[in-house]
Design a protein around this ligand. Structure first.
Ligand code: YZS
Length: 259
């Protein structure tokens, strides 16, 4: 069964996540199809991509496939984790990617949406940063995606409360570019993409890369990095992390002990 539909129409590719029964959880299989769709778009020399879920869904994506998170004692968000791979592919894709958001966007999916270049959402969309719900030690580049998308205080509130914010507030705090009603969002995004198509693709590709490089230009010493990695290791070795993943699978609220 296909989890992502790829439609190429001239210079525009639309990638539609279609696994609503699992709320578009970002499984390795789903992410591999997104990556294949991006490869197809690249080969077709498209000048813009729209990443979306099917119209009318309640959940855009429920985030990392929790069933695929390691149970314990292994970094759940290491360099080759599918979520990390797709974030890099989106950031490095040499043309703009518009996230067309309808519905709830959870955890790793929130990072996927914010890693896109332009974000357009319907009024009933919500955005949540959820590692604290599961006990996940989020990784440094992942937090940078959030920090580059909103103010530090907004990111802290979202990460520390794990509460979804609604689209209106997301617009107010600069997390998203535009709000559009469900019946007009597709036309709005396509019209924006058609405008981008007519502009100079090499100039856009180099600006995207320059902005990516500048946005990630934070220096961190080896000592600082190793310290943070050591702290993260304590979290994925903790019983809290085990409990978070186990509780989701058992469909009950987790009980965190802080150890
Ligand atoms: O019971 P079945 O087999 O039908 O499966 C259910 C859910 O278990 C499954 N599902 C997921 N499976 C794996 N990973 C997921 N993230 C995930 N989300 C859902 O889909 C089937 C339908 O789910 P329901 O719960 O029955 O659907 P609904 O009542 O509509 O609720 C939808 C939401 C999205 C509100 C609910 O499924 C939910 O709370 N899901 C988890 C959302 C979440 O916490 N995502 C963050 C995942 N973590 C990350 O992305 C990062 C690693 S981190 O933790 O650091 O943020």
């Amino acid at each position: 069964m296909s989890l992502v539909r790829v439609d190429i129409d001239g210079l525009l590719a639309t990638l539609t996540m279609t696994n609503q029964p699992k709320r578009n959880a970002l499984s390795e299989a789903m992410i591999n199809e997104v990556l294949a769709g991006l490869d197809e778009a690249l080969a077709a020399k498209v000048r813009c991509v729209i990443l979306r879920a099917e119209p009318g869904v309640k959940i855009w994506s429920s985030g990392h496939d929790i069933q695929e998170l390691p149970k314990s004692h292994r970094d759940p968000l290491g360099w080759s984790d599918p979520l990390r791979v797709v974030i890099r592919a989106i950031e490095e894709f040499p043309a703009p990617i518009i996230a067309l958001i309808e519905g709830g966007v959870w955890g790793g999916a929130c990072e996927v949406a914010l890693a896109c270049d332009i974000i357009v959402a319907t009024p009933d969309s919500t955005f949540a940063i959820t590692p604290a719900k599961l006990g996940v030690p989020y990784n440094v580049t992942g937090l940078l995606t959030f920090m580059n998308a909103a103010s530090l205080h907004t990111v802290k509130e979202m990460a520390f409360t794990a509460r979804p914010i609604d689209a209106e507030r997301a617009l107010l705090v600069g997390l998203i570019n535009h709000l559009r009603q469900a019946d007009e969002i597709t036309a709005f995004c396509v019209e924006m993409a058609r405008g981008i198509e007519k502009l100079a693709p090499l100039a856009i590709a180099v600006m995207k890369e320059e902005l990516r490089v500048l946005a990630s230009a934070h220096s961190i010493t080896p000592r600082m990095f190793e310290r943070v990695q050591g702290m993260r290791r304590k979290v994925y070795d903790s019983t809290d992390y085990e409990e978070g993943v186990k509780a989701f699978k058992e469909k009950r609220p987790p009980v965190f002990l802080g150890e």
